[in-house]
Design a protein around this ligand. Sequence first.
Ligand code: ADP
Ligand code: MG
Length: 400
Amino acid sequence: MAKLTVSDLDLEGKKVLMRVDFNVPIKDGVIGNDNRIVAALPTIKYVIEHGGKAILLSHLGRIKKEEDKPALSMRPVAERLSNLLNKPVTFVPTTEGKQLEDAIDGLSNGDVLVMENTRYEDVKNGENVKRESGNDPELGKYWASLGDVFVNDAFGTAHRSHASNVGIASNMAQTAAGFLMEKEITFIGGAVDNPEHPFVAILGGAKVSDKIGVIDNLLAKADKILIGGGMTYTFYAAKGMKIGNSLVEKDKIDLAKEILDKAGDKLVLPSDSVVAEKFDNDAAHKTVDGDIPDGYMALDIGPKSVAEFEDVLKSAKTVVWNGPMGVFEMSNYAEGTLEIGKFLGTLTEAKTIVGGGDSTAAVQQLGVADKLSHISTGGGASLEYLEGKTLPGIAAISDK
Ligand code: ADP
Ligand code: MG
């Protein structure tokens, strides 16, 4: 079912509550990287250009005790936002009460207000009450009372039921997706619910256990699943192959066997690997076919596997990629991930979608992100979405 988006709303003169993802890295009051603030600009600009009064809420880090609060104030974020928008932004150093309500009453059309970190509500009078992260019904109701409509643009928290997403939405007549959220729903949701075929999934990363849900869900939907990364070697072990000192989850070998049986030739394992004597970029390394020799660990897929994967990918219309093909953080074992990323960039007829925290970091670090259709902004949220789970933050957005 199609979801309501911000462009469906009449915003003129409305108090528009907006849940954004301003969870930026911050140290000693200095923002390390403002990507997330920049990414939120299109939806914020749209709202103010259409005469809305933007009231922004976001969490920042985790608050477990009173002393965590000062370092996680939203004030520097509000200042950066003001610079980026090139206009004044009102910062309110609280999450409830008269000061906040008066500031909202004083807004004119097109104004922007940022309230304090929503997770300040997790600790009250020194007590860890988790009003925000536990979705306290009173808090969601109170925040909802501050606005006329609600726009949720924070995909990164969509897999959680918090007061600032689900709580507000359940007390609002209309909740719409912002542009970032809309893109996640279109691409990840579209791939999972209604992919154009051939649909190929590339699954890698460290552990089988982290990806069971994704493998299970995508086995039912994809035409091929290409396996890479550390989890390959649990599958190798399940096939009775030698794995040397490679990463393996011994307690998942039986499960890997079951998956192999169920998947048949839908699941493709790498045929060669880059193996090293140690988990070290400078360790002696070489490429081997099949079995991993004693004394070596496999840290990347090899060039033959890359070619075989590309052969499957070249006709794909939808590609979902989660999990790097090797230890991409070390240059000697980044080749497999880089080559697959570059190849995806050439598939101009296909929707190419990357989800997962490290996968996103990998395509950005390797410089292939801008050639792909969609790089998800949420690590945990994108994994749960790929597992086919209903994300409460998305479920709470109104249908069109
Ligand atoms: P994502 O966050 O995108 O879901 P994961 O967290 O599952 O991805 O996996 C990322 C990690 O997997 C990276 O830190 C990478 O170094 C590691 N990895 C990939 N291949 C291997 C391998 N062959 N051996 C050990 N670790 C690996
Ligand atoms: Mg990860």
